[in-house]
Design a protein around this ligand. Structure first.
Ligand code: TIU
Length: 225
């Protein structure tokens, strides 16, 4: 058992029953010319999450955690794209349009793929999802239950959209979630802070929050990596 100092209380996990989930570390969110920028965002604010997540991913691989990488995006024929998502707002390019990194948020395009620093290794699960939550319209729950996973360590972008949605979906399914604050990022610093507070408030109403250093120290103290 590994115990991580966290908000609102220590987070305990057994590596064999824990998955690291890296949410949507795709060029479309963290690089210029992608989906995030079409929505009017400064994408540079998300990049700070990449280096700490690299360290956590390395430790997770050494600990032999289940590793899940998610990608938000759509089939090339856009058959899984709700009009409500396609037509919302006034982006400079819409999902499926051709951009500098290929078609926006479309499977198979360069922009849809994961950044090189966090690229999935052989044997890790890559989960394509059409919406914000990683459980909705995917086989994530089946994959986790089949492996006996009960605990999730969450990283990814953006904190208040796909990370928070996934944490809430996981919590309602009975998974204990630790969100790593510095391994998540938002286009809006105030939303990042608020989303993390909403997770750990009320005695951990959605889950636990810690920095990656606390997790990595706990793993080292446990002598596990
Ligand atoms: N726009 C925004 O903040 N996020 C998304 O659209 N998707 C994810 O968070 N991955």
């Amino acid at each position: 058992m590994i115990t991580v100092p966290a908000d609102p209380s220590p987070y305990e996990f057994e590596p064999a029953r824990t998955a690291l989930v890296c949410i949507d570390f795709q060029r479309d969110f963290v690089e210029p010319g992608g989906f995030g920028e079409t929505l009017g965002n400064d994408v540079s604010s998300l990049r700070s999450a990449i280096a700490p997540t690299e360290r956590v991913l390395d430790a997770a691989r050494q600990l032999r955690l289940t590793v899940i990488h998610t990608r938000e995006g759509h089939r090339p024929d856009l058959a899984d794209l709700f009009p409500a998502k396609r037509d919302r707002g006034a982006p400079t390019l819409r999902i499926g349009d051709e951009g500098p990194m290929g078609r926006i948020l479309t499977r198979g395009s360069r922009g849809h793929d994961i950044v090189p620093e966090l690229y999935p290794a052989a044997g890790e699960v890559v989960l394509d999802k059409p919406c914000k939550g990683a459980f909705y319209a995917t086989d994530l729950e089946t994959i986790l239950r089949a492996r006996g996973v009960t605990h999730l360590v969450l990283t990814g972008v953006t904190t208040e959209v796909c990370v928070q949605t996934t944490a809430r979906e996981a919590n309602d399914r009975g998974f204990d979630c630790l969100v790593l604050a510095d391994c998540t990022g938002s286009y809006f610093p105030q939303f990042h802070r608020a989303a993390l507070q909403m997770i750990s408030a009320q005695g951990g109403i959605v889950g636990w929050v810690a920095d990656s250093a606390a997790l990595l120290d706990a793993i080292r103290i446990g002598g596990r990596a």
